[in-house]
Write a protein of this length. Structure first.
Length: 192
């Protein structure tokens, strides 16, 4: 099954576990030449945890190419990703924070694996409904099953063709946006 078909087949599964946050207003009006342009699509926040700078840059370039409005926070290790989430949790006790709309997570990293991040997210009540997509270059036997067993919403092996990555970025955006707009607020996380 191709990853496009896989994404479509998990829409229902994600809709059951995706938290819903308020959609941010459109981006501010920008002027190109003399005519103002208003960005219509809301930006979605992605926490991308991946030890490969090349993969981080490649996926961000695919988003730019596909005009996918993601705002990025990048962590280059599982430890830094968990530290970022712990900081958000701590800060949220005193001030509003900007929660990620999606965690894009590599599962094979040195020292601490993405599986540990996934376990942390699912065991932390305030984060447990946050959607997590495993996006890895390693389709080793058992990785998919272990990722889904630990609570990943989707497991994807990174395509090798740049245009497929562009389409994947567009599909992820549409999926997260659609699920966020289906209504209801999550008691697990405050609205943005």
């Amino acid at each position: 099954m191709g990853w496009f078909a896989m994404l479509n087949s998990v829409v229902e599964m994600l809709s059951k576990s995706l938290m819903t946050m308020d959609v941010r207003p459109p981006a501010p009006t920008m002027t190109l030449g003399l005519s103002p342009i208003l960005a219509v699509e809301p930006y979605l926040r992605i926490l991308h945890i991946n030890d490969s700078t090349d993969d981080q840059v490649l996926f961000q370039a695919a988003c730019v190419k596909g005009r996918v409005p993601f705002n990025w926070h990048v962590a280059d290790s599982a430890e830094k990703g968990m530290s970022y989430l712990k900081t958000l949790l701590e800060q949220s006790k005193n001030v509003p924070v900007c929660w990620p709309d999606l965690i894009l997570l590599d599962n094979i990293m040195p020292m601490v694996s993405g599986f540990e991040v996934l376990k942390f997210v699912r065991k932390t009540s305030e984060l447990s409904k946050m959607p997590v997509v495993i996006f890895t270059g390693h389709g080793f036997a058992g990785n998919r099953e272990e990722s889904l067993r630990l609570g990943a919403n989707v497991f994807l092996v990174k395509p090798t063709d740049f245009h497929e990555i562009v389409e994947l970025a567009k599909d992820l955006y549409r999926l997260v946006k659609e699920l966020r707009n289906q209504g209801g607020s999550s008691p697990a996380l405050p609205s943005n």
